[in-house]
Structure formats: structure tokens, C-alpha cells
Design a protein around this ligand. Structure first.
Ligand code: 48F
Length: 260
């Protein structure tokens, strides 16, 4: 059989256009495909929610790929090992209480878990705004191709309706900053707005992450490093147990919000 370039092109355009169209109305829109976003996507999709992850970059995985200073290893604490087990990510005990995993294996398996659970990942798309309706609830995301953003092209975005939004954008807490800019700091994070992350302190940063992972505006849940950035928690470097647990907790809170 002679391969037809046009058939290859049709297959790609046809399938992606249909999927994209289908995902213009979703239950949960997760912004950022770092570790917290991928874990959140996997658990939320497992519970039957229609989940889309919008990722600005070509690759998923956020800051996990690079491990610590480009040494592709991550450290995970005991409390989060059950999540590594759940996604079949291998690890070994380094010294008591510190477990080592390969960051490349971890990203690959988290991404596979999210997709296998039924979440749809849209890479190369940036969230540049949100939709907020009468009762001040977030009702959707405004997206554009990252290439448009990078080239500074004057191209209008498209909008996605989403019953709940999860900001998993990492250190920038992009979605929360958008809400702060477009609404006001007083309405966000119990009147505190985006406080900004504190300097490196792994122990405290990791521990506080489960209290900073929460709904910070009606319809907006914050997860991962973005959660600490919003509430003034410490950064923690290449220890990832908190990111995984935060993603899991964000999924639980989103499920409650969606009444699933
Ligand atoms: O930064 P990132 O990995 O976030 P995370 O899940 O994990 C943080 C850790 O990697 C590390 C750490 C652990 O100690 O501190 O930093 O909290 O992933 C965030 C993803 O969001 C994407 C970004 O490209 C990255 O892949 N992102 C950021 N802003 C946007 C976005 C946006 N406006 N639209 C779409 N994607």
C-alpha cells in the first residue's frame, strides 16, 4: 500500500478537531501538566469527570523532568509512596525516610496514568484568562496557542466552559494572578490575594502544602507549588511528595465541588 500524505494529514486534523470540539465543555480544566496537575488529572478522571489539562509547553512534566539541578532523580517522602505505588513508579530507600525515584520514569508514568484514566492533555496551549459570571464563580478558561503568545501575534483566543478550574501552574500561580488582576486581591485567597512563595525550606514547605491546597476563589482550586506561592508557603526544591499529595487532594476537592 502506498502511503498518502493527505490521508495522514486528514487523520490528524479530523481526530484532533473532533476532540478539541468535544472538550469545549468540560467538568474540570487543569492548568499546567506538572506533577501536581498530572496527579490531579489522573485521580479526577478516574472518578468519571471529563478532564482537560492545558499545558503551555511542548512537553508535560513541568519541573519534574529536571530532578535536582538536572540530575534526573527526585526524592519522595514516605507519606507519598502510595501514590508512586499507584502509578507503578519504582523507588528505593536512600536513608530512612528518604526515597529516590528516577524523574524521567516518574513523569512518563504520571502522564500515562492521566491519559489512561481518561484525561485529555492539550499541550502547546496557554491559559491567558478566565471567565467569571454573575455570582462571581469561575466558569471557564480562555486559551490560545503558546506559539501565538511567543510570537506576540494579535490573535484572539478561544474559550472553554469548565465547571471547576485547578491552577497547577507552579511557581507563577498564573491563573490566580489572572484572577487577582481581573477581579481584585480582596476576593482571592480569603482576602490575602497572591502572597508569593517564600525562600527554600523543604520541611516546612512540604508540610504546609496540604493546607494551602484549597479553593481560593469560587470554582478555582489551587494545587502544587502554585498553592504555596498563593499562600506564602516556602519552596522546597527537588522533593516531590508534597506535589503528588497536593494533586491528589486537589482532585478530592474538585470531586466534592462537582458532587461526584
Ligand atoms: O512547575 P510545575 O512542575 O508545577 P507543580 O506541579 O510542581 C512543581 C515542581 O515541579 C517544582 C517544585 C517541587 O519542589 O517546586 O517546581 O506545582 O508545572 C507547572 C506547569 O504549568 C505550566 C508550565 O509550563 C508547567 O509545565 N503552565 C504555567 N503557566 C501556564 C501553564 C499557563 N498560563 N497555561 C498553561 N500552562
Amino acid at each position: 500500500m502506498e502511503l498518502s500524505e493527505v490521508t495522514i494529514s486528514k487523520a490528524i486534523i479530523d481526530d484532533f478537531s473532533k476532540t478539541f470540539l468535544d472538550y469545549t465543555e468540560i467538568d474540570a480544566g487543569i492548568v499546567g501538566a506538572g506533577p501536581s496537575g498530572l496527579v490531579c488529572a489522573a485521580y479526577l478522571a478516574r472518578s468519571g469527570a471529563k478532564v482537560a489539562v492545558f499545558e503551555r509547553k511542548l512537553s508535560v512534566g513541568g519541573g519534574m523532568w529536571g530532578g535536582g539541578m538536572m540530575y534526573p532523580r527526585i526524592v519522595v517522602q514516605k507519606e507519598a509512596l502510595r501514590i508512586l505505588d499507584d502509578f507503578n513508579i519504582r523507588y528505593r530507600e536512600y536513608v530512612p525516610g528518604y526515597y529516590l525515584a528516577n524523574s524521567i520514569e516518574a513523569v512518563g508514568k504520571l502522564a500515562a496514568a492521566a491519559v489512561d484514566s481518561g484525561a485529555e492533555i492539550f499541550n502547546l496551549m496557554s491559559v491567558e484568562d478566565v471567565m467569571i459570571r454573575q455570582d462571581d464563580t469561575i466558569t471557564g478558561l480562555v486559551i490560545n496557542w503558546t506559539a501565538v503568545e511567543m510570537a506576540g501575534l494579535h490573535v484572539d483566543p478561544l474559550s472553554i466552559s469548565s465547571k471547576v478550574v485547578i491552577d497547577a501552574t507552579g511557581h507563577d500561580a498564573d491563573v490566580c494572578r489572572i484572577v487577582q488582576r481581573k477581579v481584585s486581591a480582596e476576593r482571592l485567597n480569603e482576602g490575602r490575594g497572591v502572597v508569593g512563595e517564600k525562600s527554600m525550606w523543604a520541611d516546612v514547605g512540604e508540610k504546609v502544602l496540604l493546607s494551602t491546597t484549597k479553593e481560593v476563589y469560587p470554582g478555582l482550586i489551587v494545587a502544587g507549588m502554585a498553592a504555596n506561592a498563593v499562600s506564602g508557603g516556602h519552596r522546597m526544591g527537588p522533593i516531590f511528595g508534597g506535589m503528588l499529595l497536593s494533586g491528589e487532594l486537589a482532585a478530592k476537592k474538585a470531586k466534592e465541588y462537582l458532587k461526584l
